[in-house]
Design a binder for this molecule. Sequence first.
Ligand code: 5GP
Ligand code: MN
Length: 315
Amino acid sequence: MDKINQLDSLLCGAGRVSVTVHTHPDGDAIGSGLALTGYLKECRGLDAVLIVTERIKTSDLLSCLDCASFSRTCPEMEAELKSSKAPKVLVDHHLDPDIEAFDLVFSQTVVSSTCELLYRILKSLPDVGGDLAKIPMRSLEALLTGMTTDTNNFSNSVFPGTLEMASELIAAGVDRDRILSDLYNQYRENRLRLMGFLLQENMEITPSGVAMMILDKETQDRFDFRQGETEGFVNIPLAVSKVKMSVFLTEEEGKFRVSVRSKRGVSANQFASKYFHGGGHEMASGGKLFFPQDIPSPSDAKAYILNVTKDYFGI
Ligand code: 5GP
Ligand code: MN
């Protein structure tokens, strides 16, 4: 039986479905999560919810989206997912997914986003049969939203199928202009002030061509920073010709959250896994830098990056 039919029969036998995504969810995670729950509820009549840990215990089908392993969820959810006996379906586009942990795996790395992969899956399901009118409009909107954020509005990881998907969704009535306005023209003024400050006062470029910005607690307080508001900042330094890779650190309790982006030919994935306990995609990855385990205190982050870039590039 092919995977689409396997998925179809899992859905036919299910009643209560939990859909999970990775922690600190981005547009692709939330977009694919809402798209799938919208479809499961409206087209399949299932009791489907985008997660909420408690529910895992009582679900008879689990679906993990944009989340290559259970460890990419929060610790409480990771434990629940591991111990659940319900069949588990993975839909994901990251490198090295933990396929052993799932009963049915849809994993594609040559694709823009989980939303694009989910779009193809939903279209192929027998009840939809390629007819987008059969998928709820809010799912279609969520799919275009997640694909847009993961491609940084069509500036990376765009494949022929990505443009096809966009074209078909717009033809099906999805209002892309409204999505773009909601995504990119509704920020607080503080976000732009913080961006200006980081670029002017904080960004440094190492001799090896790695740009770093470090958002410490003091700067967060000064600009009344709220989680998610620096989305996209890590991409900006790549505009500089000599910059090969960009690293953005955000201080949290006991650690920095690290975002890494690289230009073609440099592996953000390798760099994030070697020095920041992380991974992701070849040119867009993330990880963590713990203190006092990796560095004695937050103020040592800059020296750490200087060291590891020297180790990695030799200069
Ligand atoms: P971002 O920089 O936008 O937070 O993440 C970029 C990519 O790296 C995403 O695909 C994300 O899933 C992945 N990523 C972010 N943080 C981690 C991490 O701590 N571990 C792993 N394995 N991947 C991460
Ligand atoms: Mn994604």
